[in-house]
Write a protein that binds this ligand. Structure first.
Ligand code: RP5
Length: 165
């Protein structure tokens, strides 16, 4: 697989990294090359524009965008590029990420922005979704994804509940 990043992970703040590194870790498990940057829709709007506008030309196939609070980063990114944008609502302190979720999920018709679960589950699933997108063009990646799913199924099938405490 090529070393050039195929997935761009962006987030509104360094404070989002503990959530978003779960996406990076998941991509690593599949050997998918990624890049990560802080790109804020409201603090660095010019950087957002240049990042999103240049992404396709740099070989990026899909962008995972995480943000919290008034989380307009995923939607704004999707407005600038027609690459698939996978939005991760980061858990906020005051509203527990419900604000982030609603900010990302309620895009008006015309600019689709995929929306995942709040927090770690969303970051992991966005990465798995990115792998699924890339797997359409890679038999090697499709096989790895099938293996991952089979392994997960057998782990659950073999799970033992603890005795009553
Ligand atoms: C958003 O504001 C970021 O995505 C982050 O989740 C939130 C808080 O940012 P900091 O104040 O921690 O930098 O833009």
């Amino acid at each position: 697989m090529s070393d050039a990043p195929q997935v761009g992970i962006i987030m509104g703040s360094t404070s989002d990294w503990p959530t978003m590194e779960n996406a990076a870790r998941t991509l690593e498990e599949f050997g998918v090359a990624w890049e990560a940057e802080v790109v804020s829709a409201h603090r660095t709007p010019a950087k957002l524009y240049s990042y999103a506008e240049s992404a396709r030309g740099r070989g990026i196939k899909t962008i995972i965008a995480g943000a919290g609070g008034a989380a307009h980063l995923p939607g704004m990114t999707a407005a600038i590029t027609d690459l698939p944008v996978l939005g991760v609502p980061v858990e906020s302190k005051t509203l527990k990420g419900v604000d982030s979720l609603l900010s990302i999920v309620q895009m008006p018709a015309g600019i689709p922005t995929a929306t995942f679960a709040i927090g770690k589950a969303g970051a992991v699933n966005a990465a798995l979704f990115a792998v699924a997108i890339l797997a359409n063009e890679s038999e090697e990646l499709a096989a790895k994804l099938a293996e991952f799913r089979a392994r997960q199924t057998s782990q659950v099938q073999g799970a033992k509940l603890p005795p009553l405490s």
